[in-house]
Design a protein around this ligand. Sequence first.
Ligand code: GLA
Length: 369
Amino acid sequence: MNATTGHDADACATTAYAPGRVNLIGEHTDYNLGYALPIALDLGTTVSFRPADDAGDGSVIIASSDAESDTVSIDLGTRPGEISGWGAYIAGCVWALRNAGHEVAAGRMTITSTVPVGSGLSSSAALECAVLLALTAHSELSGHELARIAQRAENDYVGAPTGLLDQLASLFGRADTAMLIDFRSLEVTGVPVDESATILVIDSNSPHRHAAGEYAARRASCEAAAASLGVASLRDADEDAWRRLPEGTERRRARHILTENARVLAASAALRERDETALGALMNASHESMRDDFEITTPTIDLIAETAQLRGAYGARMTGGGFGGSVIALCTADSAERLIAELPDIVSAAGHPTPTIRVVRPGPGAHLL
Ligand code: GLA
């Protein structure tokens, strides 16, 4: 984040923007303290917060979303379990901020967003980060502190045991830049993304539902695999350590994580060298690993990725938590054009929902407007 303005003196409102993200490579590595290579999207959420004039009304935040056309009232003393649905992400931010010792003013909030919901593009992190930025505009909280507060909101209020990928990508994103994130040190290193390749995000329009148990099950398997290997986290195991595990689920889960970490580092080097062919091959290998070892893809997602791979993309893979959502494809301008024209019909002719394809570029990270 670099903007320090955003307080609109006339309207007494603070307006903050935070983007969604798409991950080039590195899935489910974040909570294993490994590596990922996301970009911030040029799609995001804008939150405008106006503190209440009347302190007597001091216990309630009213959030309204034009996307949902309903209104949620959040008591400043809200506790996990009280609010569900999209309002839980905002209530979770209020709760996590206060829990971390920060004051939250009562007031009125309005929200608009261009990030599709349920597409694996982190609409929830975009919402959390924009809300937190708008509520803390005059504090000195760092991007890392905000990311952790957002994660606490999601883990402990919403109840989704997610890692830090989405929040760090939203807060630290930069135009024309991918971020190599090391989840052990939380260091974020920019890697330039030039325009020689076109990035397509192919939304399967079959919503992901990873809060519903499968995500937590993958996390538990990784923790069990680390324990079997005698390390605190899979990050502490060498790339071949999965070979020491008995045949079975844990071994395959560990193999995905350990090989995925190696692919992220290789992908980051390939991106720096502008070697799209190498980067694409790593993306394809990542998809295969998510499909066969981590088992988080779906038939629709596999068909989209395989169609993109066979029809000219350098590489294509599912992106995000899995079980639906989106595929990211790296293409030449020509193959992008062909995929946009042909892929939706191929997928729907096979009996799946018709996908929506967007051309995206790495956009700026969260900032005050
Ligand atoms: C979701 C979670 C992230 C990360 C990804 C998978 O987006 O919110 O923390 O684990 O899935 O890489």
